[in-house]
Design a protein around this ligand. Structure first.
Ligand code: GAP
Length: 459
């Protein structure tokens, strides 16, 4: 993880946020390369789930919504973490995490303390005299709501409390009827959204895995509960797994599905599974996959008084659709991709980010072999400008060619194109592959078709 963090900072993927003022816990900014990688992940996700499927449409809803949305969804009352405070340093910790760590260290047992009640956690902390990581006594666990509060209005005393959304899903549910009435979608269909969500997390130090502000990519897939839910559940699950493994390229050995036990599952869910990725700090949730029944739509019907049910055009039967929800954190996926693609090639003394072409921030880098030869530079500039029509390309004419290659390897650029003296004679260039370091000669007017053939349609 240290190596990934260092690379991310050194090469402009991720910086600690507000660093010139001492940093802000659990907050990160994305640099030029990080912004590109995030954008590529968003774009490919949208293409695969929205554009490639006739049964899923997209929305983009507000971060600030009426506070009743969060009352109805249960977030105001139940979106809480059990938190204890170190009595000396006043740092806060997740009580369930402290308990889990204690059992693992002292009894070699992996337990899931997240399913315990606050009283049961308090009991365990007392019984085993569980301390903070600084070895100090901690307070009794308390419930700590994760929703960030802010207010609308400028006049003091006349301001209205609102929440920053804790998930993008609720924006989908409250627009379910709008989408149904304004488009030609018919059940079963999905609504997808990518957007920021905010949670007042207490756990620190997990890089972009868990942050206060993050992006979610969520789909709510609605269907008639008279039909077998399992067919929709399995179809979307397999489709999603294909995205993670074949499109994004995460290694299957680093992935596993973990089904939630009945105690762990939310009361409204009939089935929940997490797709876990083996991060450098262990297997952790990457994607939440849940059959949420009609819980959300019914809660909004009850709290808003608006009828969100559907009438089947053929049978005239009225019902509230059920929903299957795959939910993934974009930033967590970003971290998984970085960890998955990081490779130390000791033999060649280089670090390589083996990113799939579709995700690489720069697809190609173009170099004149020497910067002080105008013929080489002018030809290289021409090649560069031809290619930028189609690909995001890196221009580099500084330092020796070996250093330039190493730099591109580290930022994951799949191909480096060098214009050398032979180019001036026969209009061919050297194309060097990032992973194998193999080099081939290709005619300038064939570069685009070469790159296209190498990276045939991915779906
Ligand atoms: N609508 C369901 C929902 O929000 P969740 O399991 O709380 O479910 C879904 O969150 C996904 O969002 C997680 O699997 C994770 O990838 C991401 N996520 C949740 N909290 C996060 C945080 N604090 N920082 C980064 N990603 C987070």
């Amino acid at each position: 993880m240290e190596k990934i963090i260092a690379l991310a900072k050194r090469r402009g993927f991720v910086y600690p946020s507000s660093l010139i003022y001492g940093g802000l816990a659990n907050s990160y900014d994305y640099g030029p390369l990080g912004a590109e990688l995030l954008k590529n992940l968003r774009d490919i996700w949208w293409k695969y789930f929205v554009h490639k499927r006739e049964d899923i449409v997209g929305v983009d809803t507000q971060i600030l919504q009426r506070p009743e949305v969060w009352v109805a969804s249960g977030h105001v009352s139940a979106f809480v973490d059990p938190v204890v405070e170190d009595k000396v340093t006043h740092k806060r910790y997740r009580a369930d995490h402290l308990i889990e760590d204690w059992f693992e260290k002292n009894q070699g047992k992996k337990i899931n303390a997240g399913i315990l009640s606050i009283e049961e956690m308090a009991e365990l902390i007392r019984k085993h005299n569980i301390k903070s990581p600084d070895n100090n006594d901690v307070t009794e666990p308390r419930k700590f709501n994760l929703l960030f509060e802010t207010s609308i209005g400028v006049v003091e005393g006349d301001k209205n409390l609102v929440y920053l959304r804790g998930e993008t899903a609720q924006g989908i549910f409250i627009n379910f009827k709008n989408v149904l009435d304004s488009t030609r979608v018919r059940l079963p269909f999905g609504i997808a959204q990518i957007g920021k969500a905010f949670r007042n997390e207490v756990t620190t130090g997990q890089f972009v895995f868990r942050t206060l502000e993050f992006e979610q990519m969520e789909i709510e897939y609605f269907f008639d509960p008279a039909n077998n839910w399992r067919q929709y559940y399995d179809e979307l699950k397999n489709y999603y797994y294909n995205f993670i493994t074949n499109i994004i390229g995460l290694s299957e050995e680093k992935l596993r599905w973990r089904q939630h036990s009945a105690e762990e599952r939310s009361h409204y869910s009939k089935m929940t599974e997490d797709l876990e990725f083996k991060f450098s700090f262990g297997f952790k949730e990457l994607l939440g996959y849940a059959y949420r029944t009609d819980y959300d739509l019914s809660a909004h019907i009850k709290h808003s008084g608006v009828d969100l049910s559907i009438i089947d055009p053929e049978t005239k039967k009225k019902f509230v659709p059920h929903v299957i929800e795959p939910s993934i954190g974009l930033n967590r996926l970003f971290l998984a991709v970085l960890e998955n693609s990081y490779f130390e090639d000791d033999q060649n003394e280089r670090v390589v980010l083996q990113l799939p072409f579709v995700l690489a921030p720069y697809k190609l880098a173009v170099f004149p072999l020497l910067a002080n030869k105008p013929d080489l530079v002018n030809t290289a500039k021409k090649v560069y400008h031809q290619l930028t029509d189609e690909y995001y390309c890196y221009w580099d004419d500084r330092g020796n060619i070996g250093k330039r290659y190493r730099y591109q390897d580290e930022i994951g650029t799949p191909y480096c194109i060098t214009i050398d003296f032979q180019t001036l004679k026969d209009s061919t260039v050297t194309i060097r592959y990032r992973d194998s370091m193999k080099q081939v000669r290709v005619a300038i007017d064939k570069i685009k078709s070469f790159i296209k053939t190498e990276n045939e349609k991915i779906f």
